[in-house]
Design a protein around this ligand. Structure first.
Ligand SMILES: Cc1ncc(COP(=O)(O)O)c(C=O)c1O
Length: 305
């Protein structure tokens, strides 16, 4: 089936969606992006885009930090995305990648006096991490970027060198994922995921001021946990708590809810996927497919049958 992208204000076939080699964003990483999932519901024969507006609000926030002048409103961005998906006509889960970028073809590192453009495309997508067996993680030897070096609450393309280094180190050493510590030595996040642990029945996650991305899945999980009566605490997490917690998992649009079973060769809890992680994971997969009426407003239908 033909695939379409939106680039330079037009819907174009994917194979024609190209940018020049001297594009500023390519040369300097001066762009910001989102990762959004669409979930196919076989039951309803519908593709549901999860928390579309929240992702585009975060993209607009990233634009503000990056001095990108958005030419489309929140509603227009959502609408363009739904049109791209409708044109592609997928009947499977998809991953959507919108990018606002410095589109001038020019040399010179700065953020102002440049043109900005928006593009979006989508690809069929399965699991990003193997969520069935639990992840083996290592604490990264790479420190996490700091907000006053490269703003961490914006999803800036150039910042992804930091997670790419950490993830590659973890994979090279035989692990599945990396866990970043901040400069102060506290747990920050995974390579492209937020971190949660369970201790004595409480769900604990680092505060957003630890220099991490304000994850939309993180927010979703916190709401679902409260619904399930699981107390949620935002506080700093020490490295040694990674070794003593009862359960741990990573959250993200790609990772969804990915349980961790081992950190630095120490089993998490008894080394199996814990009950709170499993419960949240089960509810999450119902929610994203539009099966929970209370959260149906988070799911934007593409085909509206
Ligand atoms: C660095 C980083 N942290 C956390 C997340 C999780 O964010 P979200 O749940 O909004 O996808 C991501 C993925 O987007 C990420 O790249």
């Amino acid at each position: 089936m033909a695939r379409y992208a939106f680039l330079r204000g037009e819907f174009v076939p994917m194979e024609q969606a190209k940018i020049g080699i001297s594009t500023h964003a390519f040369l300097y990483g001066t762009a910001c992006f989102e990762g959004i999932r669409g979930y196919w519901s076989a039951k309803e024969e519908e593709l549901f885009v999860f928390r579309l507006r929240e992702h585009y609000q975060r993209l607009l926030d990233s634009c503000k930090i990056m001095r990108i002048t958005p030419k489309y409103s929140l509603d227009e961005l959502c609408d363009i995305t739904i049109q791209v998906l409708a044109k592609c006509g997928d009947r499977t889960d998809v991953y959507i990648r919108p990018v606002y970028y410095k589109s001038s073809e020019t040399i010179g590192v700065k953020l102002t006096g440049l043109e900005d453009d928006f593009l979006v495309f989508a690809v069929p997508f399965g699991e990003y991490l193997d969520i069935s067996k639990g992840l083996r993680c290592r604490v990264s030897s790479w420190l996490h970027s700091e907000d006053n070096a490269i703003p961490t609450r914006a999803k800036i393309n150039g910042v992804y060198i930091n997670p790419a280094l950490a993830k590659t180190e973890a994979l090279d050493d035989g692990y599945d994922e990396a866990i970043f510590l901040s400069k102060s030595g506290h747990v920050a996040e995974g390579s492209a995921e937020n971190f949660f642990m369970v201790r004595q029945g409480r769900l604990i996650t680092p505060p957003v001021t630890t220099g991490l991305l304000e994850g939309i899945t993180r927010n979703t999980v916190m709401e679902l946990a409260e619904d399930l009566g699981i107390p949620v605490v935002e506080r700093l997490i020490d490295r040694s708590e990674l070794y003593l917690c009862d359960e741990a998992f990573l959250t993200g649009t790609g990772a969804q809810i990915s349980p961790i079973v081992e950190v630095d060769h120490r089993p998490v809890g008894d080394g199996k996927i814990g009950p709170i992680s499993a419960k949240l994971q089960q509810l999450y997969f119902q929610v994203v497919k539009g099966e929970v009426p209370r959260y149906r407003h988070w799911c934007t239908p593409v085909y509206k049958k």
